[in-house]
Design a protein around this ligand. Structure first.
Ligand code: NAD
Ligand code: UDP
Length: 309
């Protein structure tokens, strides 16, 4: 049994990770300030003696004794991370420093949930880990993109300077049950709009692309990376299937049987035009690749939203 800290453990990905770690017989501490997460995501775990929830903000130090730390605390949807951009930057940067300081003190291994946003609006397609990105330093997405880039820098400096045992994964757009219905991300938006018979909001001309990974695949990659020896990353974890937002909207309409119409709205500034991971490194080092096709994953996600709406 390992003692594992999950920051952001009451969020979408964090709660699935807590489920997985508890199922494997670990002792789990979930630290979350509940900004975008919810106790509803972890309510089924609260009575478990091996699960502990702490309401804690990672911009403040935390003193616990653990063997592993998964650092997921950070709002992930553009609507939420742009709500208080200064706080988003603090969460990424001070949060990384505090959790790295903890890892150093207790000799824990620590994994950072980084993001494909470190590639910005990429000029290299698809994106391998060696690509250094094209990020606007002063735009509305910068608080998140640059915060996550600085966090990666801190991880590698703590590794070089203090020998902290780090792991860095770059997560591409991930979706599934427990996404927050109101957080504005494209998969949850389209499904909720389709189920309610509302117009489906396409930003721009809908030709921009994303690669969507189902949550179970993502968690598998994350856990493999944490338990992999002699490999710091960064490693891309995502599904290389690439779709335009128009294709996604049409799939959602088809799978829900909705009568919703498409409406076109302005493209937010700095919205990346294309996104697709190269996952050769994950295959080679972790023996990992995604197993859930978009249609299958959408069906499960639609079933979830039908049950909660
Ligand atoms: P989420 O918003 O559902 O979860 C983030 C969690 O962090 C929430 O529970 C929130 O309350 C908590 N949190 C936010 N600020 C905090 C703070 N200062 N102190 C403590 N807790 C705080 O988002 P998610 O999709 O589950 O993302 C989890 C992590 O994965 C994030 O770090 C995100 O950047 C990263 N990521 C996610 C995706 C994706 O597609 N879901 C893609 C790339 C990276
Ligand atoms: N998007 C859209 N309609 C929506 C929400 C999002 O067309 O209702 C687009 C958005 O402009 C972006 C893509 O979908 O091009 C993915 O957006 P999301 O916010 O999910 O993630 P990110 O832009 O961070 O990858």
């Amino acid at each position: 049994m390992k003692r594992v800290l999950v920051t952001g453990g009451a969020g979408f990905l964090g709660s699935h990770l807590c489920d997985r770690l508890i199922a494997e017989g670990n002792d789990v501490i979930c630290a979350d300030n509940l900004f975008t997460g919810s106790k509803d995501n972890i309510r089924h775990l609260l009575a478990n003696p091996y699960f502990e929830f702490i309401r804690h903000d990672v911009t403040q130090p935390l003193y616990v004794e653990v063997d592993q730390i998964y650092n997921l605390a950070c709002p992930a949807s553009p609507v939420h991370y742009q709500y208080n951009p200064i706080k988003t930057a603090k969460t990424s940067v001070y949060g990384a420093m505090n959790m790295l300081g903890l890892a150093k003190r207790v000799h824990a291994r620590i994994l950072q949930a980084s993001t494909s946003e470190v590639y910005g609006d990429p000029e290299v397609h698809p994106q391998p880990e060696s690509y250094r990105g094209c990020v606007n330093t002063i735009g509305i997405r910068s608080c998140y993109d640059e915060g996550k880039r600085m966090a990666e820098t801190l991880f590698f400096d703590y590794h070089r300077q203090h020998n902290v045992d780090i792991r860095v994964i770059r997560i591409f757009n991930t979706y599934g049950p427990r996404m927050n219905a109101g957080d504005g991300r494209v998969v949850s938006n389209f499904i909720v709009q389709a189920l309610k018979g509302e117009d489906i909001t396409i930003y721009g001309d809908g030709q921009q692309t994303r690669s969507f990974c189902y949550v179970d695949d993502l968690i598998e990659g994350m856990v493999r990376m944490m338990n992999c020896e002699d490999f710091t990353g960064p490693v891309n974890i995502g599904n290389p299937g690439e779709f335009t937002m128009l294709e996604l909207a049409r799939k959602v309409i088809e799978l829900t049987g909705s009568k919703s119409k498409l409406v076109y709205m302005p493209l937010p500034s700095d919205d990346p035009m294309q996104r697709r991971p190269v996952i050769d490194l994950a295959k080679e080092k972790l023996g990992w690749e995604p197993t859930v096709a978009l249609e299958q994953g959408l069906e499960r996600t639609i079933a979830y939203f039908r049950s909660v709406l």
